[in-house]
Design a protein around this ligand. Sequence first.
Ligand SMILES: Nc1ncnc2c1ncn2[C@@H]1O[C@H](COP(=O)(O)OP(=O)(O)OP(=O)(O)O)[C@@H](O)[C@H]1O
Length: 453
Amino acid sequence: MKESILVVDDDLGIQKQLKWSFTDYQIAFAEDRQSAIAQLRRHEPKVVTLDLGLPPDPANASEGLKTLEEIIALAPKTKVIVVTGNNDKENALKAIELGAYDFYQKPIDSDTIKLLVARALNLANLEHENRLLQKAKKGMGRIIGNSDAILAVMRKAEKIAATDISTLLLGESGTGKEVFARSIHENSPRKDKPFVAINCASIPENLLESELFGYEKGAFTGANKTTLGKIETAQGGTLFLDEIGDMPIGLQAKMLRFLQERVIERVGGRNEIPVDIRVICATHRDLQTMVSEESFREDLFYRVGELPIFIPPLREREQDVVLLAKTFLSQYQEEFNAKAKSFSDGAVNAMLAHKWPGNIRELQNKLKSAVIMAEGAVIQADDLGLLAPDGDVETESFNLREVREQAESRAIRRAYQRSDYNMSKTAELLGVTRPTLYSLIDKYQMEDIKTGS
Ligand SMILES: Nc1ncnc2c1ncn2[C@@H]1O[C@H](COP(=O)(O)OP(=O)(O)OP(=O)(O)O)[C@@H](O)[C@H]1O
């Protein structure tokens, strides 16, 4: 089947010329905004060539730019090549800002436009394939990363996956411990059995035991029927114990017995129930120190940590920051049907300079709000709530009020980062009171600082 493309141009002569150039394609025509949108819906072309001078205002680009915006909003993956009047660089750049793939200046030369369309089509097809591949990826494939550090961890995890050994995933919050645990499970012989995760820190101490081990009917008031715990529901599969460092000391002996003997007893029960489960634990705490402080049992520490894997923080994986950012950008763009398509140099530099205390989760949060908030197709450092490193002038304004406001919000951000995200220290550095700082943060709508994300 021939690939379909759409030519939007009110000049019938040009339509004819392009018809002869594009004999390899299924070509549809439109001469104004309305028919362009109708054809777009009907043919779903991967590539559109769009003359910016459309009726009712053929002498200007306004109608063409409006059409471009509608196309991008409706079908953000479409590659739009805008055709502008001779020397109309300003509108060409505006179109790129709005999300056009490329521009081309009149007069139209068949060979050049053929080449441009072929390249755009090629890219659209590649992106499509990539999306399919990404969706089809299983196992370690869900872990995005190209840095040496993460590749080494992935190799280690792959080897461990094939065995039944207990793994301890170490790393700061948001580095991807749960993603690794799932990937290990999916690469293991237990992959068709359940993966059950439980966060030991998020369940009150008095409930954790019955949540893990289950309970017999009548074991305590309210125990109306015998209920399986997480351990039993993971039978045959993998149990992921997140934040194992937060396991109450009173429960640690029972955990140790389960790990050593692979039998459990439900709360209020007398029978020993054998379990066949692979256990993966994770923590952001320093278990060794906890052992020396006697808040974590030494025997349990050796049992869960047979083979520790350390997942490095994002700030030590410079290569991955941009790769992850691009991946999340295309995910969110699709999810929110947003315009944002790429990052400015300032945004990339700001991402590389940022320390990412919340690691990948923080990157995801910042990107999600940037994709929603960005005005144009290019995400700026400001959209990410980051400060463009010195020397990157993102927007050059001569309006004194704007210049003042930009300088003020930058200084706040810089002080906030310098003072390790502490509001009192930030206010002190800036020489203002805390209430003044809060009202400035409100004024500049610095939501991330307000919520501490
Ligand atoms: N390498 C990766 N590729 C793609 N997404 C990732 C990767 N690592 C983490 N993520 C995503 O980042 C977020 C945080 O990851 P995850 O929950 O696994 O971190 P964690 O270390 O378990 O955090 P916590 O200790 O706070 O529970 C998740 O939304 C996850 O999908």
